[in-house]
Design a protein around this ligand. Structure first.
Ligand code: PGA
Length: 252
């Protein structure tokens, strides 16, 4: 039985007061829900404040990235141990924006993943294809290569209790969403690939959909048998939208 998980990726949005207000509103508006895990991922500099806002609630805390090594001399980076120390429970890794703008590759993502797991953080590993790859019929190959690239470096057992987020690049922040059928098809392929690598554990693995998920389309996506929640960007900046998506996941 997979408990749905809905995660807000706030990206590089907002000032401290905005983060505080949004976190408090999410706590208030999701308080009555059961049967759905939820978490918010503010920018690093807001984590500590948001940790206080969600402290006495069921809303979890996540980061958007972590360093590929332990605490030490690495200017500008943040170690997984520092995140765990603040009460962070999740960390998004391999987001397509980081792959695109920060040149992240599987080797580095696998190291970050190991660091996260070693500190008790739950990694949310993002994979997804470009529009060109989809149009060329290469979605499964691209997503498969991203997953196996990380798994080969981690070792199958090294995947631990991670979460996968399928985020087609063409759907991120564009208003275009994968149809429920498109999402289900890729999620089912991901689960089949993971079953080859981690065996029965693949049936407990949560695979989130991300890419312009919002209140209006959440239910159709979350109704799919292999869609176990969402990684929400733009819509997570509105507590109303985010709470509505959490409610749809709780019903699904
Ligand atoms: P979006 O972003 O919901 O704004 O498309 C999702 C993500 O990048 O995680």
């Amino acid at each position: 039985m997979r408990i749905p998980l809905v995660v807000g990726n706030w990206k590089m949005h907002g000032r401290l007061a905005d983060a505080k207000a949004l976190a408090s509103a999410v706590v208030g508006q999701t308080a009555a829900l059961s049967g759905v895990e939820r978490a918010v991922c503010p920018p690093f500099v807001h984590l500590s404040t948001v940790a206080d806002c969600v402290a006495d609630s069921d809303v979890g805390l996540g980061a958007q990235h972590c360093a590929d090594g332990p605490i030490g001399a690495h200017t500008g980076e943040v170690a997984a141990e520092m995140l765990a120390d603040l009460g962070v429970g999740y960390v998004i890794l391999g987001h397509s924006e980081r792959r695109q703008y920060d040149n992240e590759r599987e080797s580095g993502i696998a190291k970050r993943y190991e660091q996260a797991l070693s500190q008790g953080l739950r990694p949310i590993l993002c994979v997804g294809e470009s529009l060109e790859a989809r149009e060329a019929g290469q979605t499964d190959q691209v997503v498969g290569a991203q997953l196996t690239g990380v798994l080969d470096r981690l070792g199958d057992a090294g995947f631990g209790d991670g979460v996968i987020a399928y985020e087609p690049i063409w759907a991120i922040g564009t208003g275009l969403t994968a149809s429920a059928e498109q999402a289900q098809a890729v999620h089912a392929s991901i689960r089949a690939l993971m079953a080859e690598r981690v065996g029965d554990a693949a049936s407990d693995l949560r695979i989130l959909y991300g890419g312009s998920m919002k209140a209006a389309n959440a239910e159709a996506l979350l109704d799919q048998p292999d869609v176990d929640g969402g990684l929400i960007g733009g819509a997570s900046l509105s507590a109303d939208e985010f709470a509505a998506i959490c409610a749809a996941a709780a019903r699904g």
